[in-house]
Design a protein around this ligand. Structure first.
Ligand SMILES: Nc1nc2c(ncn2[C@@H]2O[C@H](COP(=O)(O)OP(=O)(O)O)[C@@H](O)[C@H]2O)c(=O)[nH]1
Ligand SMILES: [Mg+2]
Length: 259
């Protein structure tokens, strides 16, 4: 992911700064140039990057920093503080923790990227020391279960399935017992989508929600949806009271067909 490699790049730049006792103006400018390149390569808007670098450079070149005992640390702190200000100062973390297993339900239109996001989320949770279980509740799309199994295998996370003849509500319920007996502390439910919002889909999702009381209901939205994303989000929110949104396909050019 773009942010992953950006943070790695920044760590490298910070390491160099930290290694220096005293910083010269040249050191700081050199580091800022590297930060700038890293941000641009992570596809951050040029004007945003320019303002960011100007603001950080100005602060970093201030007297207090240059004369402090740990100028490298000070500069790193400035970059971090400004980055937080830039990206939004409230970090949204998943609200899971008390209940075992915690339940995360993924919802969204067909093709929005739910199944893919399930894998990414499972991987992330695993890195945080969790023991996730993926649950195959999409029994509508023919190859959906197989797809989730491939996604799960890629990140080494088990997948709970009851095949495509079972009812999604029953699958979701059964997965909780399965998680308990297999030491999974968080389950990620992959649900079916539709091409358009329809009553049948919403009812299915509402029923799953009622059965498993998710801690988080994350709406997965394709970033290319554009303005219609707002309509999609409010329709899902009305019925399901979603707790978060995951924007997918921010990478690359997924636009196809008519330009
Ligand atoms: N480029 C790109 N493609 C994605 C992303 N997420 C999903 N896809 C692709 O979009 C298609 C639909 O994704 P899928 O996870 O099956 O969507 P679902 O129907 O909501 O489960 C697949 O071909 C995915 O590989 C993403 O973040 N970037
Ligand atoms: Mg899917």
């Amino acid at each position: 992911m773009a942010f992953e490699s950006l943070s790695e790049r920044l760590q490298e730049i910070f390491k160099k700064l930290r290694g220096k006792g005293k910083l010269t103006e040249k050191d700081i400018k050199e580091a800022m140039r590297e930060v700038k390149v890293a941000l641009l390569e992570a596809d951050v808007n040029f004007k945003v990057v320019k303002d960011f670098i100007n603001s950080v450079t100005e602060k970093a070149l201030g007297q207090e920093v240059m004369e402090s005992l740990t100028p490298g640390q000070q500069v790193i702190k400035i970059v971090n503080d400004e980055l937080i200000a830039l990206m939004g100062s409230t970090q949204s973390r998943l609200n899971i923790g008390n209940k075992v297993p915690a339940v995360i339900m993924m919802v969204g239109l067909q093709g929005s990227g739910k199944t893919t996001a399930c894998g990414k989320l499972a991987n992330l949770l695993k890195k945080q020391g969790k023991n996730p279980l993926l649950v195959a509740c999409d029994v509508v799309r023919p190859a959906a279960i197989k797809q989730l199994q491939v996604v799960g295998a890629n990140v080494n996370v088990p997948v709970f399935t009851m095949g495509d003849k079972a009812n999604p509500v029953d699958i979701a319920k059964a997965s909780i017992d399965y998680a308990k007996s297999h030491n999974s502390d968080v389950i990620i439910i992959d649900t079916a989508g539709r091409l358009h919002i329809d009553e049948e889909l919403m009812e299915e999702l509402v029923n799953i929600k009622r059965a498993v009381q998710p801690d988080e209901i994350l709406l997965v939205v394709d970033a290319m949806t554009g303005q219609d994303a707002v309509n999609v989000a409010s329709s899902f929110n009305e019925r399901l009271d979603i707790t978060g949104v995951i924007l997918t396909k921010l990478d690359g050019d997924t636009r196809g067909g008519a330009a």
